[in-house]
Design a protein around this ligand. Sequence first.
Ligand code: ADP
Length: 160
Amino acid sequence: MVKAVYPGTFDPVTNGHIDIIRRAANVVDSLVIVVSVNSGKNPVFSMEERMDIIREVVKDIPNVSVIKSEELTVSCAKELGASIIIRGLRAVTDYENEMQLAQTNRYLDENIETMFMATSKEYSFLSSTVVKELAYYGADISALVPEVVEQRLKEKITKI
Ligand code: ADP
């Protein structure tokens, strides 16, 4: 039984993330989406909101579950019995950070492998930051995020 974790901030989840989730879920038996606190970022959506949104959009994928984590990804993976960390790669700009992260995680636990999935080309420019920026200026983001994200972002923005 191959179990993997897909960690991230998901503030909010985009169609780029969902593409990785669906493709990863096809090649492992069980995929756990790990929503990280990420002290370095100041999220727009709370942890509970981010988890609720992801649960809603992945509810049709039977081997995917969602949890939160306030600890290191490798510790979380070990506790869950997962041997793989999934990360998505967009452009070369992701490469340096992702390589450093993967090597750090390997240093922490050499039994857990990081596996990269290449973004689908239609999502290669897409990030949570881009989506928030576009939503703030009222641009159409309907092709970039699930409907629930579009609605929740509109609500957030009108509250600012
Ligand atoms: P983090 O703060 O951990 O980078 P993110 O939510 O920004 O969290 O991203 C989680 C993972 O999803 C990262 O591996 C990131 O590279 C990947 N990812 C984000 N957007 C895309 C996309 N459009 N296509 C493929 N992978 C993506």
